[in-house]
Design a protein around this ligand. Sequence first.
Ligand code: 8DG
Ligand code: MG
Length: 146
Amino acid sequence: MEGRLVPRVAVAVFVVRDGEQVLLGRRLSSIGDSSFALPGGHLEFGESWEECAAREVKEETGLDIHRVEFLKVTNNVLRDEVRPAHYVTILMRAVLVDEAQSTPQNLEPEKCEGWDWYKWSDLPKPLFGPLALQVQSGFSPFLCHS
Ligand code: 8DG
Ligand code: MG
């Protein structure tokens, strides 16, 4: 069965605020259900990673981002899910266009319980597996230079 599965490219975005907060939402999905994850999704044909990051954040939260930067590429083999999947995930960082308008909307309620800001030093649990691995490895979007 696994032989027919193809790795796909995803973009996930650390939208950072006040030098210590990130935007996370609790997933409603066959992959990583009820875990906290970054906004993000699949890279579409012809898109740059920056364009994909801005589109996904806008579609999922209604927020406009800019200063979108590449941070890291990760390889995520999600074998133990109901529907196993393999993602090459591009991690990006961005800030809000308007810090005064930072209240996220839950625009895809079938995919997410809701979005909120969390301190990097006090992240909610459980984190989505691929994000948890980054945190465990010591990665931080606040200590990372692109
Ligand atoms: P789309 O159809 O709107 O493009 O996609 P989506 O429904 O929003 O996809 P997604 O599951 O949110 O993101 C695609 C994959 O990206 C996800 O199944 C696994 C991978 N991924 C990571 N880390 C993260 C993360 O922190 N957040 C999100 N959203 N996806 C992530 O490897
Ligand atoms: Mg998504």
